[in-house]
Design a protein around this ligand. Structure first.
Ligand code: DHE
Length: 501
C-alpha cells in the first residue's frame, strides 16, 4: 500500500497543524491569565465590599494601601494576617494570580469611589445615648492619669492606670487608627479616627464605646472643639471636612475642601485652636490654611506655598509651617499672613515639635525626618538658637514641664532602637536608652507628674517600657502588640507644652 501523502496534502496538513499549534498555546494562556477583578469578587468582596470600600475588613483602595510596602501586601495576600479574620490565599490562588491581584488593588477603580452625606448618615451608630451612662468612673484609678495606648498590631487600644502603671482595660479599635486620640476637656470622652474613615467616641469613665460614624473613605485625623460641642474630621477621600455633634457623633455638615480657584484639595489635618475657639485646617494640595470658628464659616488664609507640616505655638496665634521643599515660614493667624521665614534644613517634622523655656525664653524644637539633627528655634525672634546632632532621622520629640530632659528617637535610621535624652538648657545629648536592642523604640509620653517616661517598642510582640524620668532606669515593661502612640489624659487636656495636643 502506498502510504505516501501528496505534497499538496502535506502542505494542507502542515498549515492545519501550525494553526492548531498557534491556537492551542494562546488559548491556554488566555485561560490561565489571571483576572484580578474576578479574583477579587470571588475571594475578597465578601469582607472588603464589592466596591472595595471596606466592610468587615478594611477598604482596599490605593489610598488605603499607600502605607503598605509591596512585600507586605504580597505577604498578607499569601499568608493572611494573624489574629484577624484575614485568611491567606496561597492555597487557592496561584502566585501569578496573587501578583495580579496586588497590582490591581493598587489601581484606582474605574469609577471614582464616592462617600456621600447619605452614606455618612447611614453609617452612624449610637451604642449608648448621651446621658444614659453614669457620670463617674467605674474604676479606682485617677481618671486624669490614665494613658491610652494604640496597639497597631491587632488594632486594639489599652487603657493604663498611670499611677500603678498597669493596664485596666483593652478594647478592639477600628482598623489602623492614626493621629492622636482627642479628649473632651474633662477627660471623660476620647475620639479616635481610623485611616479608613471611622470616627469612634469612647467613654473612658465607663470604658465603653458610645457612638461611631464613617465620615469618609480615607481620613487624616479628628479635632474636638474646646467647648465640647463639635468634632471635625479631615479627609483625603473624598476631599472633605465633616462636622459632627460631639455628644453622639451625629453628622452636622460636610464642607468640600476647595481652594479659591475651585481646586479640590486633600485635607492634611485639622486642629483645635482652643484659645481662638476655632478649628484650623491644613490643606495638602493648595496654598491655603482655613480657620473655621466653632459653628462658623471658614476664613481663608492665602499662603505663598503649600505647607506640609505644622506646629502651633501655645496660644495658637502662630503657625510654624514647612513646605515640601523644606522651606519654613511663620504665619500670624491674626492678620493671616507670613511674618517670618524659618531657617530649616532636611525635613523637620514640625507636627512633632514641642516648646520649653530656655534661659528665660520660649524655644521650639522638632525632630527631622531626613537628618540626625534637631533645630531649636527662638519663639520670639524665629531665629535658630541651637542645633543638636542625634543618632539619625527621627519622628517624635517629647518632654514634660517637670523634667529637664527632652527625649527623641532615631526611628528612621539604623539606630532606631535607641532614644537619646537631651538636656533642655545645654542642648546637649546627655544619655541614651535602648529598651530592646535591634527593635524600634519611639514615641514617649510622661505620667501627669512627669516622673515616669513611657516608651513604645513598636514591634509585633513589643512593649511599653517605663523609665524613671530622673534616673533613666527602667522601672517595668508591659507587653503590647505593636504599641504606636500613647496619650496621657492630664497632659493632653491641660495642653502640656511637652507633648502634642
Ligand atoms: Fe502620623 C500624628 C501625619 C505617618 C504615627 N501624623 C500625625 C498627625 C499628622 C500626621 C498630620 C497629627 C494629627 C493628629 O494627631 O491629630 N503621619 C502623618 C503623615 O503625613 C505620615 C508621614 C504619612 C501618612 O501616610 O500619614 C505619617 N504616623 C505615620 C507613621 O508611619 C506612624 C509612625 C505610624 C502609624 O500609625 O501610621 C505615625 N502620627 C503617628 C502618631 C501620631 C501621629 C502616633 C500622634 C502623635 C501624638 O503623640 O499626638
Amino acid at each position: 500500500m502506498n502510504t505516501s501523502i501528496p505534497s499538496s496534502r502535506w502542505r494542507a496538513l502542515a498549515a492545519a497543524l501550525l494553526a492548531v499549534l498557534s491556537v492551542v498555546p494562546s488559548a491556554a494562556v488566555a485561560a490561565e491569565a489571571p483576572n484580578p477583578a474576578a479574583l477579587y469578587s470571588q475571594h475578597c468582596a465578601a469582607c472588603h465590599g464589592a466596591e472595595r470600600l471596606g466592610g468587615m475588613g478594611p477598604a482596599l483602595l490605593p489610598e488605603s494601601l499607600e502605607r503598605l510596602r509591596p512585600q507586605a501586601l504580597a505577604a498578607v495576600l499569601r499568608e493572611g494576617r494573624p489574629a484577624t479574620q484575614m485568611a491567606g490565599f496561597a492555597g487557592q490562588v496561584d502566585a501569578a494570580g496573587l501578583d495580579a491581584l496586588a497590582a490591581w488593588l493598587r489601581t484606582a477603580p474605574a469609577a471614582a469611589p464616592v462617600w456621600t452625606s447619605a452614606d455618612i448618615a447611614a453609617s452612624h451608630v449610637v451604642y449608648h445615648a448621651p446621658g444614659s451612662l453614669p457620670a463617674r468612673p467605674v474604676f479606682r484609678a485617677d481618671p486624669a492619669n490614665l494613658f491610652l495606648v494604640v496597639e497597631a498590631g491587632s488594632h486594639h487600644v489599652s487603657v493604663l492606670d498611670g499611677d500603678r502603671l498597669e493596664p485596666i482595660h483593652r478594647f478592639r479599635s477600628r482598623f489602623a487608627l492614626h493621629g492622636g486620640p482627642k479628649f473632651s476637656r474633662d477627660g471623660r470622652y476620647v475620639f479616635f479616627a481610623s485611616r479608613d474613615g471611622w470616627v469612634s467616641k469612647f467613654d473612658l469613665w465607663n470604658l465603653t464605646l458610645t457612638a461611631e460614624i464613617r465620615v469618609g473613605l480615607n481620613t487624616r485625623n479628628v479635632a474636638v472643639s474646646d467647648d465640647g460641642k463639635w468634632v471635625m474630621a479631615g479627609n483625603t477621600l473624598p476631599q472633605t471636612l465633616v462636622l459632627l455633634h460631639a455628644e453622639d457623633l451625629a453628622p452636622a455638615g460636610v464642607i468640600e475642601a476647595r481652594g479659591a480657584g475651585g481646586t479640590a484639595s486633600r485635607v492634611s489635618a485639622v486642629y483645635d485652636a482652643a484659645p481662638r475657639q476655632s478649628f484650623i485646617v491644613a490643606l495638602r494640595d493648595i496654598p491655603e490654611v482655613w480657620e473655621i470658628p466653632y459653628g462658623g464659616t471658614p476664613r481663608v488664609i492665602a499662603l505663598d506655598a503649600i505647607l506640609d507640616d505644622f506646629f502651633f505655638d501655645q496660644d495658637y496665634r502662630h503657625i510654624l509651617g514647612a513646605s515640601r521643599d523644606g522651606h519654613g515660614q511663620v504665619i500670624d493667624l491674626d492678620p493671616g499672613r507670613k511674618v517670618a521665614d524659618l531657617a530649616l534644613s532636611g525635613m523637620p517634622h514640625l507636627g512633632s515639635g514641642i516648646t520649653w523655656v530656655r534661659h528665660g525664653r520660649e524655644v521650639m524644637a522638632s525632630p527631622n525626618l531626613k537628618q540626625g539633627r534637631i533645630s531649636v528655634i527662638d519663639m520670639q525672634t524665629w531665629q535658630t538658637v541651637g542645633t543638636i546632632d542625634t543618632n539619625g532621622p527621627g519622628f517624635f520629640l517629647r518632654s514634660h514641664e517637670r523634667t529637664p530632659y527632652a527625649w527623641t528617637d532615631a526611628m528612621m535610621s539604623p539606630r532606631r532602637d535607641t532614644l537619646q535624652i537631651i538636656d533642655k538648657q545645654s542642648l546637649q545629648v546627655v544619655a541614651s536608652v535602648t529598651p530592646s536592642p535591634g527593635r524600634t523604640a519611639a514615641h514617649v509620653e510622661f505620667t501627669r507628674d512627669g516622673r515616669y517616661a513611657l516608651v513604645s517598642v513598636m514591634e509585633q510582640d513589643g512593649a511599653i517600657v517605663v523609665y524613671d524620668a530622673a534616673t533613666l532606669r527602667e522601672v517595668k515593661r508591659m507587653p503590647m502588640d505593636k504599641p504606636v502612640g500613647k496619650y496621657n489624659v492630664f497632659n493632653k487636656t491641660t495642653r502640656s507644652s511637652g507633648t502634642s495636643h
